[in-house]
Design a protein around this ligand. Structure first.
Ligand SMILES: Nc1nc2c(ncn2[C@@H]2O[C@H](COP(=O)(O)OP(=O)(O)OP(=O)(O)O)[C@@H](O)[C@H]2O)c(=O)[nH]1
Ligand SMILES: [Mg+2]
Length: 282
């Protein structure tokens, strides 16, 4: 019987604690030349920023569980802005996520709901997402990636490679294309999508966004003001799903007209922009 210990039983360290190098070990060129990865001038050091998720919800009790259970860990705070729901939206949200913060919206409409939620947010980054299950919370890290790498305002796009919509009707798709073309022309931009409310931004730019809209036109107002203020904007592909259950709150024609009015009155150099009181602009 041999008394020689098998190689695996050899001690892995010298008595001084350093790893033992064996004759069979192969050092790679990389190891030989640099013991640590080299840092270059263009490297971005990403620090962890706090993230608030603002969720406007009106009668979405049946959709909240799907949305909340998929919120990724990178979100620090979830704010649900309830639009006087008649159903169990609030208790359902509390049941699914006991740490959720509720804020009562000031005034009716999605625009008022989002502005109330943004004012209550405490995170360095703010993400907005619908409560009807049409936006997958798993995409949130893609938005944060661009904020982490220097962009100020990140919007989802259903119309670039990797994005899409399972919810576009003909009317909505046509309306979105027409309004998008107008926005690109008025604001000298080259965006690929407009009427889509999956966005993220640095909260430090909330004042620059100067939001006043009350209804669905707030999404267009955010983009218009981000462009007008010279924020660095990125688009990330996003897949819009059909709402999981319940009824839509959007009225394509009436809300489309409000978006149109917003794009025109907020265009760079327009007299009515920014300084007009909110009441006048409804
Ligand atoms: N708090 C609050 N939320 C609202 C209000 N109106 C709409 N929402 C929410 O805003 C989000 C978007 O509204 P939707 O009705 O889904 O509008 P949409 O996505 O354009 O329409 P669909 O594609 O048919 O779902 C949903 O989470 C709604 O519950 C409101 O007045 N108050
Ligand atoms: Mg929806």
């Amino acid at each position: 019987m041999s008394t020689t210990a098998p190689p695996s039983a050899l001690p892995d360290t010298h008595h001084d604690g350093h790893p033992l190098r064996r004759a069979t070990d192969r050092a790679t060129d990389r190891e030989t030349v640099h013991t640590r990865p080299m840092r270059r001038a263009g490297d971005v050091v990403v620090t962890r920023h706090t993230v608030s998720l603002v969720v406007p919800a009106r009668n979405e009790a049946r959709n909240i569980p799907w949305v909340f259970e998929q919120i990724p860990r990178c979100v620090d705070e979830v704010i649900l802005v309830d639009g006087s729901s008649d159903d169990a939206t609030v208790p359902m949200a509390r049941h699914c996520l006991p740490t959720v913060r509720f804020v009562a919206q000031r005034g009716p409409g999605k625009g008022n709901a989002l502005r109330t939620g943004f004012a209550a947010a405490t995170g360095e980054y703010v993400v907005m997402i619908d409560a009807d299950g049409s936006m997958w919370p798993g995409e949130i890290p893609h938005f944060l990636h661009f904020l982490d790498h220097g962009y100020d305002f990140v919007k989802g796009s259903r119309c670039i490679a990797g994005g899409g919509s399972l919810d576009f009707t003909r009317v909505r798709s046509l309306g979105n294309r027409v309004l998008l073309a107008l926005a690109n022309r008025l604001y000298d931009a080259s965006l690929t999508d407009l009427c889509y409310g999956y966005c993220a931004f640095r909260r430090s730019f909330l004042d620059a966004l100067d939001l006043r809209s009350t209804g669905f036109e707030i999404e267009a107002e955010m983009i218009a003001h981000a462009l007008r203020s010279g924020l660095r904007i990125a688009e990330v592909p996003s897949l819009e799903l059909p709402r999981r259950s319940g009824r839509s709150h959007l009225h394509a024609v009436a809300d489309g007209r409000r978006v149109l009015r917003t794009l025109i009155t907020e265009r760079p150099g327009a007299r009515a922009s920014a300084t007009a009181p909110a009441e006048e602009r409804r």
